[in-house]
Design a protein around this ligand. Structure first.
Ligand SMILES: *Cc1c(COP(=O)(O)O)cnc(C)c1O
Length: 394
């Protein structure tokens, strides 16, 4: 018998046998993920049960109810997609866009472009409005866009994680009703950390993720759809062109029938159930206030160090702050230094802001005064060493 060459389980890069995993101690103050709450990690370490077990079925209902609370919505179709925020993002478009529908995307940062890319893949006629990275849209600009393009859907990002801007939402929902279009809102970096009133704001489609404001690891994408959006789904001529994200199929599992669709990531749902319970226990308004207070402390501290914030105060997002990298400093090297020496992760800029800003996130469990103090302290002690030939105080 010919001898079969057996491939050994060695780590090819280190030529040694794998050791059990140990995750390094990190304070995640970048654009996400943020650190998970210890109680969430405990919930996720529980033994999995069947995805049709009566205990699990009732937990699903609790997750849905808690998500409705977090979003302040009565939407029947509210559920976590099995995937990261981008899966829920794609679900909003996959379910509602029919080929040729006009989708107007109001772009003011990186994630607006992702909405465009996704809408195009579902063969929408995509039109865009654009603002500089660091600004928000006015009602007049949006109304002009709606008048000019008469879209079926207006899509925009509430909390732009690439710029640190929070889009003021007042009046936008009414405009969308006036021009008879659906309003789709990315609430990935706002859910749990920034005031959000989905129903009051007349939002028809929204999505988020588990790993930013909800203090849970990445892996789920909360999704919600109003009855107006549901009507569009019911009117569509063809099947939803994405089997995995088809809400009409998913609702047979998450709704009353409990028909198998895919094996739910049970432990992820244990985690988000605990994360949402913690949010409800704290109270939404207390959580929003905590995020705002800690962000204020960060903003004042950074300005006291002579640093400049990228976004004007009235548009600033409490969950994510963009700080301009001072001239003569290698922003990437500085961030890497904080990670290696202090175990603190901060983010760099994306797209138009690449190399120009750092991004500091204070999201969910991480939005705490002691974390603000920690990051300010390392900025104070380490930044002068990165300034080539210029004294820090100057
Ligand atoms: C993080 C993020 C996403 C994507 O979510 P993933 O969980 O990374 O898939 C989408 N939109 C915004 C605004 C985000 O910050």
């Amino acid at each position: 018998m010919a001898t079969t060459k057996f491939i050994p389980p060695v780590d090819q890069s280190h030529h040694k046998v794998f050791a059990p995993i140990k995750s390094p101690d990190r304070l995640l103050l970048g654009p996400g993920p943020s650190n998970a709450h210890p109680d969430v990690l405990k919930a996720m370490a529980l033994p999995p049960i069947g995805h049709l077990d009566p205990f699990y079925i009732s937990l699903m209902g609790e997750v849905q109810g808690l998500l409705r609370y977090a979003w302040q919505t009565d939407n029947r179709l509210t559920l976590p997609m099995s995937g990261t925020g981008s899966s829920a993002m794609e679900a909003t478009l996959a379910n509602t866009v029919e080929p040729g529908d006009t989708v107007l995307v109001a772009i003011k940062g990186y994630f607006g472009h992702r909405l465009v890319d996704m809408a195009e893949r579902y063969r929408a006629n995509v039109q865009v409005l654009q603002k500089c990275w660091g600004e928000a849209f006015s009602l007049e600009e949006l109304e002009k866009g709606l008048k000019d393009h008469r879209p079926a859907i207006l899509a925009m990002v509430h909390a732009e994680t690439s710029t640190g801007v929070c889009q003021p939402m007042e009046g936008i929902g009414d405009l969308c009703r006036k021009y008879d279009c659906l309003l789709l809102l990315d609430t990935v970096t706002s859910l749990g950390g920034v005031p959000l009133f989905l129903d009051e704001w007349k939002i028809d489609l929204a999505y988020s993720c588990s790993q930013k404001g909800l203090s849970c690891p990445p892996g789920l994408g909360p999704f919600t759809m109003s009855s107006r959006a549901e009507e569009k789904l019911q009117r569509r001529k063809g099947k939803v062109p994405n089997w995995y994200l088809d809400v009409s199929l998913l609702n047979k599992y998450w709704g009353s029938d409990r028909v198998y669709h895919h094996t739910a990531p049970v432990n992820m749902n244990f985690g988000i159930r605990e994360a949402l319970r913690l949010l409800a226990e704290e109270g939404l308004e207390n959580s929003w206030k905590r995020h705002n207070d800690n962000a204020q402390q960060l903003w004042e501290g950074l300005e006291d160090l002579g640093l400049e914030l990228h976004v004007p105060e009235e548009l600033r997002l409490p969950t994510l702050t963009t700080v301009r990298i001072p001239n003569g400093i290698d922003g990437k090297a500085f961030a890497l230094h904080l990670l290696n020496k202090y175990g603190i992760e901060i983010g760099g800029g994306l797209g138009e802001l690449a190399g120009k800003v750092w991004r500091i996130g204070l999201m969910g469990y991480n939005s705490r005064s002691e974390n603000v103090e920690r990051v300010l302290k390392v900025f104070e002690s380490e930044l002068p060493n990165f300034r080539e030939g210029v004294s820090f105080a100057a």
